[in-house]
Design a protein around this ligand. Structure first.
Ligand SMILES: NC(=O)c1ccc[n+]([C@@H]2O[C@H](COP(=O)([O-])OP(=O)(O)OC[C@H]3O[C@@H](n4cnc5c(N)ncnc54)[C@H](OP(=O)(O)O)[C@@H]3O)[C@@H](O)[C@H]2O)c1
Length: 235
């Protein structure tokens, strides 16, 4: 399979790269900061023909176009697109409760977490359409679930993921006729830079669970919002 993973240099994206490349797939992994790719480079040393590293700033349309041009010059079809890159508000203050939030922060987080995955999906449709069984996986968060919302806090992050959820659901409807399955995942609370070291599960557990769930769902399930272990979540 040909797989493209955004935010592949750290955390959840990096673990997707590790697990998929070790199974013999061809992986295109994007990174933003060339100084933060030492782990990716060491994986590439083991799988030089199967792992390709590509610079991408997801919120920059030119960068997305450039990334598409590079990938489409190397493969004729894309089987799996994983939109994983994301941010949780800015600076050291992660929580922007009512009364302290900044519009600029909301715009930046929306741009990276919601608008960028939509743009990347649109850009990569021509390659996805050439696959026999194309899939789009959007990595969202339970924090974006309106149905599960019990505690408040981080307005920008939560609402950006709600927007991503809506984009995913709408794409699932629009892309049904093109046989493209769109699934939205909460990866769990995962031990990464974003999740912190007190998080509940390891990247390995999260990604193993999501990979099993990705391939146990078909076009009929397109549009579902799933927990990392495949359990359906309320929007
Ligand atoms: N960890 C959790 O508990 C948890 C829970 C729910 C949902 N999620 C979601 O899972 C996804 C991955 O999270 P994580 O825990 O792996 O986070 P992480 O460790 O902070 O990694 C974030 C990744 O996204 C990339 N990224 C951020 N902004 C970008 C941009 N503008 N352009 C390109 N790449 C960008 C980062 O690249 P750089 O290295 O260049 O910064 C990095 O590769 C996110 O969408 C997050 O919201 C995580």
């Amino acid at each position: 399979m040909n797989i493209f993973i955004t935010g592949g240099n750290r955390g959840i994206g990096l673990e997707f790269v590790k697990q998929f490349v070790s199974k013999g797939n061809t992986i295109f992994a994007s990174y933003r900061n060339p100084n933060g790719i030492s782990e990716l480079e060491s994986i590439k040393a083991t799988y030089p023909n199967n792992l390709h590293l590509i610079s991408l700033e997801v919120s920059n349309p030119e960068s997305v176009q450039n990334c598409y041009n590079i990938i489409s010059s190397q493969i004729s079809k894309l089987d799996l697109l994983i939109n994983c890159a994301g941010i949780i508000s800015g600076g050291s203050q992660r929580n922007y409760p009512l009364g302290t939030m900044a519009a600029e922060d909301i715009q930046r987080v929306f741009s990276v977490n919601a608008i960028s995955p939509l743009r990347i999906c649109e850009q990569f449709l021509p390659l996805l359409e050439k696959s026999d069984m194309p899939r789009i996986i959007n990595i969202s968060s339970k924090m974006g679930s309106i149905g599960l919302k019990k505690v408040t806090g981080n307005y920008s992050y939560c609402a950006s993921k709600s927007a991503l959820n809506m984009f995913s659901k709408m794409m699932a409807i629009d892309l049904q006729d093109k046989n493209i399955t769109v699934l939205t995942f909460h990866p769990g609370w995962v031990r990464t830079d974003m999740g912190g070291q007190n998080a509940e599960i390891s990247p390995s557990e999260s990604i193993s669970g999501m990979i099993t769930a990705i391939f146990s769902h078909t076009l009929e399930d397109s549009g579902k919002f799933l927990d990392w272990n495949g359990k359906e979540l309320p929007w």
